[in-house]
Ligand binder design. Structure first.
Ligand code: ADP
Length: 189
C-alpha cells in the first residue's frame, strides 16, 4: 500500500491533509487518531469507495482511481457500520459474496465452511443475521471479507462496542491472519 501526498477535501474542508505512507506486504499497520481525524475517509479512499481530491494511491500494485477492479479483487474490507444483510442467514450472506466474486462450486462451499469455522460461526450458518450478537456480526463480516482470499484486509474500528472477551478473540483472529502472511490495515482510537 502506498499513498503519495494524498488530500481529501469535502466542501472546502480539508479532511485528509497531505498523507504519505507506505505499508509493506505482511505488515499490520494501525492508523491511530481521535474521532474526525480522517481515518475512515482514508480507508474509503484505499478501498475505492471515494476518490482522493489530490495525490496517488496504490493498493496491491493497482492505482485506486485507474484500476479499481484490480484493487477490489485483492482486498477484504470490514467497515464500521454493519454491512451484512440482516434479513439473510449467515450462509446466505457468505454465498452472495462468494457469487459476487465468481467463486465456483464446490470450492465456494468449502471456503464458506472454512471461514465460518475460522470465526466460530459454523453452527450458526442457518440463523438469520438479525438474531446474532454484535460480536458475531463483526466476525461474520470478517469471514465474508476473507472468502475471496484477499491479500490485504482493511478493518475500520474492528473492536468498537465489543466486550473484552470478544475483543480478545478478534485480536487473536487478526494476529493469526497476519501470521499466515496477510497484510492488515486497521484503524482505532
Ligand atoms: P475518523 O474515521 O477518523 O473518525 P472520518 O474520516 O470519519 O474520521 O471524518 C473526518 C472528517 O471528514 C469529519 O470532520 C467528517 O465530518 C468529515 N466527513 C467524512 N465524510 C464526509 C462526507 N461524505 N462529506 C462531508 N464531510 C465528511
Amino acid at each position: 500500500i502506498a499513498l503519495q501526498n494524498v488530500h481529501k477535501v469535502y466542501n472546502d474542508r480539508v479532511v485528509v491533509n497531505d498523507l504519505t505512507l507506505t505499508i509493506a506486504p505482511g505488515e499490520v499497520f494501525g492508523l491511530l487518531g481521535p474521532n474526525g481525524a480522517g481515518k475512515s475517509t482514508t480507508i474509503r479512499m484505499l478501498t475505492t469507495l471515494t476518490q482522493p481530491t489530490q495525490g496517488e494511491i496504490v493498493v496491491a500494485g493497482y492505482d485506486v482511481v485507474q484500476q479499481p477492479y484490480g484493487v477490489k479483487k485483492q482486498i477484504g474490507v470490514v467497515l464500521q457500520q454493519t454491512s451484512v444483510d440482516l434479513d439473510l442467514t449467515v450462509w446466505e450472506n457468505m454465498e452472495f459474496h462468494g457469487r459476487m466474486h465468481h467463486l465456483p462450486n464446490p470450492y465456494r462451499q468449502k471456503e464458506i465452511d472454512r471461514w465460518l469455522d475460522y470465526v466460530e460461526l459454523g453452527d450458526r450458518r442457518k440463523d438469520l443475521v438479525k438474531t446474532l450478537s454484535g460480536g458475531m456480526k463483526r466476525r461474520l463480516q470478517i469471514a465474508r471479507a476473507l472468502l475471496h482470499r484477499p491479500k490485504i484486509l482493511f478493518l475500520d474500528e474492528p473492536t468498537v462496542g465489543l466486550d473484552p472477551q470478544t475483543r480478545r478473540r478478534l485480536w487473536e483472529i487478526i494476529r493469526g491472519l497476519n501470521q499466515q502472511g496477510m497484510t492488515i490495515l486497521l484503524t482505532t482510537h
